[in-house]
Design a protein around this ligand. Structure first.
Ligand code: ADP
Ligand code: MG
Length: 360
């Protein structure tokens, strides 16, 4: 429904979008994930028609948007810097798009739409207040609401929850997709937060340096990351990447020989990186292959503890229940087990090659 093909956009010497390919399907909630400066906002502005690409095409509903004014594209965009009327009430800010000639709705219907959106965004009690007197987080929700009340072919949302505190962000994340308009409307949602992308995205596009490096469902991105950088972008603590090589019998051995895993790592002698997610490691005996090491450092994370275990030259991080791990001290010997199903293999000299899921 939203299709960008070979889109290039430069600002002077800066290449913001570099041959960008993007394909968002009808009705989909698509998350564009990438670090600051990756080209996320430029992508949205290009779809909205606020920026003209130097090359490439933008299609909406199969129609080439070249020469089509932003106003005529039928998309509603929520900006990072929320453009609101500070002296008007939150209600009037929400209502103003519905008073424009294009989107005019009968007053009762407008009230109903605004009511639903305001309720789900948790801003109903604020509707009478001037926006200038709201907190940043409240303003951000009004700005988001202002986009969602408007009938549109697609919503373009640029980090719409970034100014909320952690608790509210988590709550909004859960509720955003429940909003009727969001359920019914194709949404291109930009974020730099991988947790948000995993929670919200029907599919996720990972953008880096103005290019989409991988598009997929959360399972595809998690289990078959395009490269070590994508693997590292998802999951906290981060995935462990162990450098080593393939042994004569096809298994894995770390460079210092301290970690051996009986996996099918490929052709003997190849340098590889094995990716082990913290959740696939357990302290003590468990399913899978056993390793021994010493505690390097522990860090309490609420009810659990992140334990980093040293095995020769490499560290492996895992998360253990507080009860099991709270007595651990640096240099204590520990055993751990590696669940082999979801181990990932990267060729060390070509870490840009897609990760391969390898089993025992
Ligand atoms: P993101 O939203 O992912 O943080 P942007 O799309 O805003 O990234 O920016 C991508 C790159 O383009 C950055 O290097 C940024 O500095 C540059 N850029 C964006 N807009 C402009 C502009 N109007 N003028 C000059 N450089 C810009
Ligand atoms: Mg941005």
């Amino acid at each position: 429904m939203i299709r960008l093909h070979g889109v290039r956009k430069t600002y002077g010497k800066v290449t913001a979008l570099d041959d960008l390919e993007l394909d968002v399907r009808e009705g989909e909630f698509f998350c564009l994930l990438g670090p600051s400066g990756a080209g996320k906002t430029t992508t949205l502005k290009t779809v909205a028609g606020l920026e003209t690409p130097d090359a490439g095409t933008v299609e909406l509903d199969g129609r080439d948007m070249r020469g089509v004014e932003p106003y005529d594209r039928g998309v509603a965009m929520c900006f990072e810097s929320y453009a609101l009327y500070p002296h008007k009430s939150a209600y009037d800010n929400l209502a103003s798009p519905l008073r424009s000639p294009r989107h005019r709705l009968p007053a009762a219907e407008a009230r109903e739409r605004i009511g639903e959106v305001a309720e789900l965004l948790g801003i109903s009690p604020l509707l009478d207040r001037p926006v200038g007197r709201l907190s940043n987080g409240q303003r951000q929700r009004v700005a988001l609401g202002r986009v969602l009340v408007r009938p549109a072919r697609a919503f373009l949302l640029d980090e719409p929850l970034s100014h909320l505190d952690a608790k509210l962000r988590q709550q909004m994340r859960a509720e955003l997709k429940a909003i009727g308009a969001v359920r019914r409307t194709t949404t291109l949602y930009v974020t730099h937060d991988s947790v948000e992308a995993l929670a919200l995205g029907d599919r996720i596009g990972v953008i880096r340096d103005g290019r989409i490096v991988q598009t997929g469902t959360r399972e595809e991105i998690w289990y078959r990351p395009h490269d070590t950088e994508v693997a590292r972008a998802f999951g906290r603590p981060r995935i462990n990447l162990l450098p080593g090589s393939v042994t004569a019998d096809g298994g894995f051995r770390s460079a210092d020989g301290k970690v051996e895993l009986p996996v099918r790592a490929g052709a003997a002698g190849t340098d590889v990186l094995i990716g082990v997610r913290p959740r696939d490691l357990t302290l003590g005996e468990g399913p899978g292959h056993e390793l021994t090491g010493t505690v390097y450092v522990t860090e309490v994370l609420g009810r659990s503890v992140e334990v980093t275990v040293r095995l020769g030259a490499q560290n492996l991080s895992l998360v253990a229940p507080r009860g099991e791990a709270s007595a651990l001290r640096p240099d204590d010997p520990v055993r751990l087990s590696v669940r082999p199903e979801n181990l990932l293999l990267f060729e060390a000299d070509r870490p840009e090659r897609p990760g391969r899921r390898i089993g025992p």
